[in-house]
Design a protein. Structure first.
Length: 230
């Protein structure tokens, strides 16, 4: 019997919005998804230098518990060594593919010895809004991702770029499932780009997915509450 994670969402189709509760039973974190293979290889070597093992395949896919998905705005994480990453999220539902916004929040200390374990340790924040993929597919590469962090009380730009830097949804799906569709009930994080000033923890994480063509934005923020390690 599969476990289901039920999440309330506002789903946008064109300029119409509907409130719905979606049911998910699979969470997949896609990694090493950059379109520029030379840049990906360079980043692999950088991480190898600090002890992070290279992936077995490119792109690679990490599975995590679906109940890690959360739209909460206050989240607890063990210790002070975790940080967020802004990513587009593909969500496959019975009525088609939808696009959302998430943060692949990861324990960086654990990541140095096991990437899969680090993915499993943290909640995965998910904005409570979705766009129908068909509405954004014609101008997909123009979608923008942006993240800010609050650091020592100051809001700073942390990540910024377009989804054109990552593999397209069809490419990620084909490498994962050897087909053209994600199994219904699947949420897949699509990858991210470098952090401005380096990867580091922060007290707040603010993220946005911007569609400059249709003039709309999905945004979400969450506060980080570290738990002490006794």
């Amino acid at each position: 019997m599969s476990l289901l994670r039920h999440l309330p969402m506002m789903r946008w189709h064109g300029d119409r919005a509907e409130a719905a509760t979606i049911a998910l039973d699979r969470l997949v974190i896609a990694g090493w998804t950059g379109r520029d293979r030379a840049a990906v290889d360079h980043h692999i070597h950088e991480l190898a230098a600090i002890g992070v093992k290279p992936p077995a395949t490119i792109p690679c896919y990490y599975h995590a518990a679906v109940d890690l998905l959360s739209a909460a705005t206050d989240l607890q994480f063990l210790g002070p060594d975790s940080s967020g990453e802004v990513e587009f999220v593909m969500i496959s539902l019975p009525d088609g593919l939808w696009i959302g916004l998430g943060s692949d929040h990861t324990d960086r200390k654990v990541e140095a010895f096991s990437v899969p374990v680090s993915k499993q340790l943290c909640h995965k924040p998910l904005a409570p809004q979705l766009w129908r993929f068909d509405d954004v597919a014609p101008h997909w590469d123009r979608l923008e991702l942006r993240a800010h962090i609050t650091e020592n009380g100051v809001r700073k730009l942390y990540q910024e770029g377009t989804v054109a830097q990552m593999r397209e949804p069809a490419d990620l799906i084909a490498h994962y499932d050897k087909g053209d569709k994600l199994p219904p009930g699947t949420a897949m994080f699509g990858g991210t780009f470098a952090a401005i000033g380096g990867v580091r923890p922060a007290s707040e994480f603010h993220m946005a997915l911007v569609d400059p063509v249709l003039g709309r934005t999905i945004s979400h923020s969450y506060r980080v509450h570290p738990l002490p390690i006794e």
